[in-house]
Design a binder for this molecule. Structure first.
Ligand code: ADP
Ligand code: MG
Length: 409
């Protein structure tokens, strides 16, 4: 979904929430307590979902608007909690909990709902299969990650011998579509660790205090898996600077920090990886030694990487011979890897449609190929998704942090 679609989804959800809220109010006034309780709970869930949507929108919003987004999110979460309280209040007003419906009494409903909600969050491990081989370029990042993250796990004794301890977690940062998520999965695959991916919306729950509980549950699950990667994608949404108006974040961030500090006392291996497009929005406390000590910039692909990625993407498909891939690599400056993949995939739709059309016209043997002309058409339709401003902002941050980098052209 793009920003506008997300915004529409959010507005629709909010409208549903307020509609449900009003309906609950009228039911309560009409003395239909059971119906009112159900509707208040639905409204609570809808408001909470709206808050989640808004959180996603906030990621794409200008830095100057972040505070406003955060305030709205907090307000929605507060209203959601209020709806829940109203549901409980309406339900108990009815009288003794044992007396009514087949569900076992109105007063129980909110509690049942809580349990259901908690059960929904089960941190689940995955076992990613795609390793470094699938990632084009990023050789420097692969080397850093091998030296600092993977080998200390696999060859612990060798590191120990040279008194080179585990230095904590990893921050992958850079513009969108460069392979940060791929890299995190590859680390888990290369080191055979259980992989626990989490996003902000998995953690920020529908109830006050829920987020901290979920963070604890997540780290507990990782500890039980012994060797685990906890991967926070779009980490700036979760680990953002404290001190703002957000009560959720002001409670969540310290919990996350304390869980990360608890690693040294634990004998198994847990690696925390954060990925973000906006490292400057992270709470600086996460970047201290012992926490996310290794910082890895995943830059926009240069000519060589674009060429390698395009070759891989084009030549693995049925294509005409002699496509001038170098020319496409030259013409796609500022494209991210994801943009390049997108371009080739768009290009493929043309031969696909030609072949389908041929079949419909009674030619089952049609054997279409991706052509240079198809790719040229696709190139006209795909534009670089990363703004230079974004790159400059990242570079400015790296300068401040003393992280070495090769400036973009
Ligand atoms: N270095 C890369 N090598 C190969 N494919 C890549 C690379 N970077 C991105 N891609 C493609 O772009 C998609 C999105 O990449 P992703 O890892 O989600 O980027 P990020 O997390 O940095 O936004 C991937 O699924 C893959 O198809
Ligand atoms: Mg990603």
């Amino acid at each position: 979904m793009n920003y506008d679609e997300k915004m529409n989804a959010y507005l629709k959800m909010l409208q549903e929430a307020t509609g449900m809220d009003e309906a609950a109010g009228s039911a309560a006034r009409a003395g239909k307590t059971e119906e009112a309780a159900v509707k208040y709970r639905k409204a609570a869930a809808l408001y909470a979902t709206s808050a989640e949507y808004l959180l996603e929108l906030m990621e794409n919003a200008d830095a100057s608007d972040q505070a406003e987004y955060q305030q709205s999110i907090d307000r929605l979460i507060a209203v959601s909690a209020q709806m829940k309280e109203l549901a409980a209040a309406v339900a108990t007003r009815k009288g003794k909990p044992e007396n009514t419906s087949a569900k076992g009494g109105d007063a129980k409903i909110p509690q049942e709902y809580d349990e259901e909600e908690q059960a929904r969050f089960e941190p689940a491990a995955e076992a990613p299969q795609t390793g470094f081989g699938e990632i084009v370029g990023l050789n420097e990042a692969k080397q850093i990650v091998t030296d600092e993250i993977i080998n200390p796990l696999i060859y612990e004794d060798v590191y120990h011998k040279f008194k080179r301890g585990n230095r904590g977690g990893l921050l992958l940062f850079g513009p969108p579509g460069g392979g940060k998520t791929m890299m995190a999965r590859a680390i888990a695959a290369e080191s055979h660790m259980a992989f626990f991916p989490v996003r902000c919306s998995d953690i920020v729950g529908r109830y006050f205090g829920e987020a901290e509980k979920r963070v604890r549950a997540l780290f507990q699950a990782a500890r039980e898996a012994t060797n685990a990667v906890i991967f926070m994608d779009e980490a700036e949404a979760l680990a953002c600077r404290r001190g703002g108006n957000s009560t959720v974040m002001n409670r969540l961030v310290p919990e996350l920090l304390s869980q990360m500090d608890g690693f040294e006392r634990f004998s198994g291996h847990i690696i925390v990886i954060f990925a973000t497009n906006r490292p400057y929005d992270l709470d600086p406390a996460f970047l201290r030694p012992g926490r996310l000590a290794t910082h890895c910039y995943i830059a926009l692909p240069d000519y060589e990487i674009r060429l390698a990625l395009l070759k891989k993407q084009i030549l693995s498909r049925p294509c005409e011979e002699g496509i001038n891939i170098e020319a496409f690599a030259r013409a796609t400056e500022r494209f991210s890897c994801a943009d390049l993949v997108n371009m080739v995939e768009k290009g493929c739709l043309l031969p696909i449609n030609r072949e389908i059309l041929a079949r419909k016209q009674g030619n089952p043997e049609a054997n279409e190929k991706l052509t240079e002309a198809d790719l040229k058409t696709a190139l006209k339709r795909v534009h670089p998704s990363v703004e230079m401003e974004e790159i400059h902002r990242l570079e400015k941050w790296m300068k401040q942090m003393g992280i070495a980098f090769k400036p973009a052209a």
